[in-house]
Design a protein around this ligand. Sequence first.
Ligand code: G3I
Length: 314
Amino acid sequence: AGLNAVGKAAGKLYFGTATNANEFQDDAVYGAIINNTRQFGQITPANAMKWEYTEPNPGNFTFEDGDVIRDLARNNGQLLRGHNCVWYQQLPDWITNGTFTYHEMIDIVENHCGTLVGHYKGEVYAWDVINESLNDDGTFRENVFYNATGSDYIPAALRAARAADPHAKLYINDYGIEGTGNKSTALQNLVRELKSEGVPIDGVGIQCHLTVGQLPTGLLENFHDFGQLGVEFAVTELDMAIQGNVTADALEQQKQDYATVVSACLSVPACVGVTVWDFTDKYGWITNGHADIWDDNLQKKPAFDGVVLGFESH
Ligand code: G3I
C-alpha cells in the first residue's frame, strides 16, 4: 500500500513527510521511498527554509538549501509546505542578540516573510507563517518578536505573506493543541480574532509530536472544534515516541496511536492532510524514540499499517 494513495482515496489532499536534503541525496534507499508519490504526496523542509538559513545576515537572503527541497517536490509533482516564516528558534544571531524598536521589528518581520514567501511564489501549497507563538497556558510566548511588538508581529507576518503569494494557504502551526485545553482554546480564539479583523489566515497546523500510549485527552473532539473555525487544518509534524524498550507491545500500541490520529483527521472534512516529521527512525529528530513509521533499516514498522488503518477507518 502507498500512504499517499490510501490517504487520497479516503478523500484527503495528501500524506506527506518532512525531510532534509542530505537524507535523500546521500541515502539511495531513503531516496527511493521519498520519491515514490504513492507514499508521499507532500514534502516539508525540516530545516532548510528556517530563518537562520534563509536570512543569516540582515537583508542577505540565501535560498540554495530551500531550493533543493523545492526541487525535490517540483520534480515529483508533490505539494510543498513552507516551514516556517516566524519562529523563536533557529534564528540568526543578528535577531537573537539584537535590540529592536517596534517599527524596526515590524519591518524585519515583513521583509523576511515577504521575501521568503515571494521567492517560492506559486510553488507552495501552504506556509507555516507563524510557528509556536503560544505558551502552554495559551498566553503569547514572550519571544524576541513579542518583546518588540506585542502580538502585532503576527498580523504583520500574515499580511506580508499574503501580499507575496496570494495563492499560498497561510497557517499558524503549533504543538500542545492536539487535545482539548487552554492552548487549543487560545489558538482557536486567536484565529477567530484574526478573521474578524480581516487578517489573512487560512489554516492551523496541529503538529502532533506525541508519545505512544499517551494520546492527549479529547483529541477527536478537539479536531472537530478546529473544524468549526472556518479555516482548514492539517496534522503537520506527526511522530509517536516510544518511552522505554521497543517491545512488540510498544510497536503495536504505536500502530494503534498512529491509526487514531490519522482517523481523527479523516473524521473532519477541514483536516486536509497528514505529514510525518520524517518517516524513518534513521533520521528522526527524536533520538532513541523510534517515533517514526519506517525503522532504522528503512523497513516498514507496524506503525506504517497504523496509518493505512487510520485512512481506512470509515
Ligand atoms: O546546521 C547545523 C550544522 O551546521 C551543524 O554542523 C550541526 C551540528 O550539530 O547542527 C546543525 O543544526 C542542527 C539543525 O537541526 C539542522 O540539522 C541543529 O543542531 C539541530 O538542533 C536542529 O534540530 C531541528 C530542530 O527543529 C531545532 O529546534 C530538527 O532537525 C528539526 O526537525 C526540528 O523541527 C521542529 C520544527 O521546526 C518545529 N516543531 C518542532 C520540530 C521538532 O523539534
